[in-house]
Design a protein around this ligand. Sequence first.
Ligand code: PLP
Length: 380
Amino acid sequence: MVLIPMKSALLSAFKQIDVEPSRGEGMWLFTEDGDRYLDFYGGHAVALLGNCHPRLTKVLSNQAHTLFFQTNLVPLAIRERAAQRLASFAPQGLANVFFVNSGAEANENALRVSFRATGRKKVAAVAGAFHGRTAAAATITAGHEKWYGFPQKPFEVDFIPFDDINELNNILNSDTAALIFEPVQGVAGARAMSQEFINAARKITSERGIVLIFDEVQCGLGRTGWPFAAQAYGVTPDIITTAKGIAGGFPAGAMLCNDELAKTVTPGALGTTFGGGPLACALIEAVIDTIEELNLLPNVRRLSERIKNEAVVGPITKVQGMGFLLGLHTNIPAAEVLTALRSKKILAGGAADPNIVRLLPPLILEDAHVDALIAALTDI
Ligand code: PLP
């Protein structure tokens, strides 16, 4: 039989790497040709508990056999439990949850709530930010002109230079509905904001009636070594948005807001078809239960310190970031380091900065995996 090479039916929207995983287990990805890769990328921060975690596969299967889908028009015990669980994991005061399907959608809704609550028209964001690809989320994303693709912007945005408290003070004014930022920037290369900037942001937004939004789509749900980065900094925003690993790999996102903003959300103000579906909610509850029962957050903090202290080897000159959102500065192009790591069967990610390798490993990482990473980097 002659095999005719098949033309892919997928749009060429992604530049893919040459690893095709067919199976995953814990920290490992396996290919059909018998290779196994150590997964320091975690499917772009989504595989929060690693690949095919047995608890998650069981919960998903049980829920699928019990109630596969119902909309937000009917109350669901599992949706209520997931919301309670998420709110109890978040900083106190953010007890009102709206479930969605993705990070961009969580941010769109956070902005919608902010515009409605303040009646103002502008948003402030921070240079280097990534908030998503839908129209509003892209408008507050730095450097989106390359791929924005819509004829116009839905509102005006002011970008504040990274960590610049003077400009924060100058730019925020009585036209600003919301200030949004990632406390630890992901796409920019795992850049953690200073405690001083975050304190100033909380103080100034409170004084000027501006909604403070932490985009914790990438850095939330335990990735910093704390439930949310908000707890790491000891600062409670008015809204947290989160997604990626929240359901361990099943599409899900959420917006959590304080009681004052919650009062402005009346029936019909927000909506979604799939958000808050039973499969996602069962997984959200199981992910948070697992993080707590396995006591994974101290593990994240300890192994993160190990990487920070021991990974400055081979082409790595410095390590930045928090928890398991780490940026390794490279003295050769990061793309070359990533290729070399792949040849040593380790997957990691890039960043907007061409000299940063980004690590986003699952929270179940162990010492032996860190040893393997350091040995591989030393060898490059
Ligand atoms: N916000 C941050 C901080 C992100 O890193 C991302 C995705 O990488 C998004 C928002 C957008 O999330 P999604 O791709 O789920 O829409």
